[in-house]
Ligand binder design. Structure first.
Ligand SMILES: [Zn+2]
Length: 109
């Protein structure tokens, strides 16, 4: 069952909210759109119910991954299924200026 999550929040809250939400579903797409004169963000997340991460390329099959916190430290958190470079490109990490839409790659051709 596929569904869409729409979030409106302050820019500064995007990384924490993204981790919480993406760690509880299997995202298929993420778009971050600046709104309210650039002070807030719209997050549009295509998602499915969270499944096993046995075939996940981001975590070590256990559904957990290192997450970078705003203060520069790291914590083990539920895997978002999105690797670091893609999180950065999508603007879902602290101080990530780019906002490229992210789309999950097809697992099988
Ligand atoms: Zn994973």
């Amino acid at each position: 069952m596929a569904f869409e999550i729409r979030i409106l929040c302050d820019h500064a809250d995007v990384p924490a909210i993204a981790q919480t939400v993406l760690g509880s579903v299997d995202a298929t797409s993420v778009r971050r759109i600046p709104v309210a004169g650039g002070t807030r963000s719209n997050l549009l997340i295509g998602a499915e119910h969270r499944g096993s991460h046995a075939d996940c390329t981001v975590c070590d099959d256990d559904g957990m991954t290192l997450w970078f916190l705003p203060d520069g430290t790291e914590q083990r958190r539920p895997c978002t299924g999105i690797d670091y470079e893609d999180l950065l490109a999508a603007g879902l990490l602290p101080h990530a200026p780019r906002r490229e839409p992210w789309q999950r790659r097809a697992i099988r051709d």
